[in-house]
Design a protein around this ligand. Structure first.
Ligand SMILES: [Zn+2]
Length: 122
């Protein structure tokens, strides 16, 4: 019940909702064997994790110079997931983002309630 109210209260916000909901366990270039994009000079393609609505949790390789300045290299590392796992990861991603948004609101409220006398209490 409480989790649905959190989702509802923050669901309309699109602020800061493109970042990874969990930290990377491995740096984007810390994989082997190396895959290189099509740029000259050759550059090792970093491995990222998609958190898009259609491919949450799916790893991919992309040109390190980005879409605008690079060669456009893009390759999925993982196969497509089942609809069940896709929805499960979307639900988990959205739950993390909703909790982060809720924490930001709580942090702002806590900072707003601080007064100079608080230091004397501690
Ligand atoms: Zn490239």
């Amino acid at each position: 019940m409480s989790s649905s109210s959190i989702s509802r209260s923050t669901g309309g916000s699109s602020r800061r909702q493109s970042h990874a909901p969990v930290p990377y366990r491995q740096a984007p270039l810390a994989y082997e064997p190396a895959k290189f994009c099509l740029c000259a000079p050759r550059a090792k393609a970093p491995m990222w994790i998609s958190w898009s609505d259609s491919n949450p949790g799916r790893r991919y390789l992309a040109c390190p110079r980005g879409r605008s300045f690079g060669c456009g290299f893009f390759q999925w590392v993982d196969d497509e997931m089942s609809p069940f796992l896709t929805q499960l990861l979307l639900d988990l991603r959205n739950a993390v983002w909703a909790l982060e948004a809720h924490n930001r609101i709580l942090d702002r409220n806590v900072h707003g309630w601080r007064s100079p006398n608080v230091e004397h209490i501690q």
